[in-house]
Design a protein around this ligand. Structure first.
Ligand code: CP
Ligand code: NVA
Length: 312
């Protein structure tokens, strides 16, 4: 097992990690998944979620239980968070009870404020800006399929949202080329792209375009996400005609490498951003990808919290 540790650290953005740390985390996740390594860690994780979640909530909970720890699901509607208790107060109180907290909220600034006032590690379980835990699982899925990231290209097609942001950073960190195709008014934030380019240092291609076919050409991973994220539901219908040319369907997939795989963070809106035929087709790896949330987050929790390691 690698000696790289994230002891006591926050994960607010994928850019909080180095290449070496991501590689160590993926290695540990693969070992945990294969049963080569077991870790005992009897700590308490709090989940403070201001948006809906199936995968993140359940995979974090199961990961913590399998490590021997416990989870408190702090549903905002049954805590004072839902009645507007200030973040700076909630953070300082939860800090006194919990060992670690995963937060799903709207603004990135909110989670940064929480982390500033809480001494315990804070994990970003999705904000409007990023979804780093999802991308750790995505990278694990790509590594399982291809063995390494060398020479690979990932193409993200759709909205330049939190998923696009974390994928750009994740690819920059592991040295996988990334192309992002979005409608012109929906590109990822230029500051995020500049940050990723600084991480990639010209070793990795980062292409932002409005041409989905150009982006998909010869690519090894085709990735998409919903056209309207949580909190943007009222915009969903008006966005459909704008995003229709960016649908992941058989025609788009025909531009990719013949061995290409298809990923989607889920939940999916079938026949909008991805067709039923593609998500159920032979190139789809979305169920392995969803499973890998569990393994990647178990590795993340273990690297942050530490624990008693046994390897076989
Ligand atoms: N992909 C993902 O984060 O799913 P949930 O919203 O169900 O947690
Ligand atoms: N972009 C989506 C991701 C859901 C996992 C959202 O924020 O709703």
């Amino acid at each position: 097992m690698s000696t790289v540790s994230l002891k006591g650290r926050d994960l607010l953005s994928l850019a909080d990690l180095t290449t070496e740390e991501v590689q160590a985390l993926l290695e540990l996740a693969a070992d945990l998944k294969a049963g080569r390594t077991k870790i005992r860690c009897d700590k308490v994780l709090g989940l403070v979620f201001q948006k809906a979640s199936t995968r993140t909530r359940v995979s974090f909970s199961v990961a913590m239980y399998q490590l021997g720890g416990q989870v408190i699901d702090l549903n905002v509607s049954s805590t004072q968070v839902g009645r507007g208790e200030p973040t700076i107060d909630t953070a300082r109180v939860l800090d006194r009870y919990l060992d670690i907290v995963a937060i799903r909220t709207f603004e990135q600034k909110e989670i940064e404020t929480f982390a500033h006032y809480a001494k315990i590690p804070v994990i970003n379980a999705l904000t409007d800006w990023e979804h780093p835990c999802q991308v750790l699982a995505d990278l694990l899925t790509v590594q399982e399929e291809f063995g390494s990231f060398d020479g690979l290209t990932l193409t993200y097609v759709g909205d330049g949202n939190n998923m696009a942001h974390s994928l750009i950073l994740g690819c920059a960190l592991v040295g996988m080329n990334i192309r992002v195709a979005t409608p012109p008014d929906y590109q990822p934030h230029p500051a995020l792209v500049a940050q990723a380019k600084a991480i990639a240092c010209d070793r990795t291609e980062i292409l932002i375009t409005d041409d989905p076919h150009l982006a998909a050409k010869g690519s090894h991973v085709i990735y998409t996400d919903v056209w309207a994220s949580m909190g943007q539901e009222e915009l969903a219908t008006s966005r459909v005609p704008v995003f229709q040319p960016y649908q992941v369907n058989d025609a788009l997939l025909s531009h990719a490498d013949p061995q290409a795989i298809v990923l989607h963070c889920l939940p999916a809106h079938r026949e909008e951003e991805i067709t039923d035929a593609v998500i159920e087709g032979p190139q789809s790896r979305v169920w392995d990808e969803a499973e890998n949330r569990l393994h990647a987050q178990k590795a993340l929790l273990a690297m942050i919290l530490g624990g008693e390691v046994s390897s076989s």
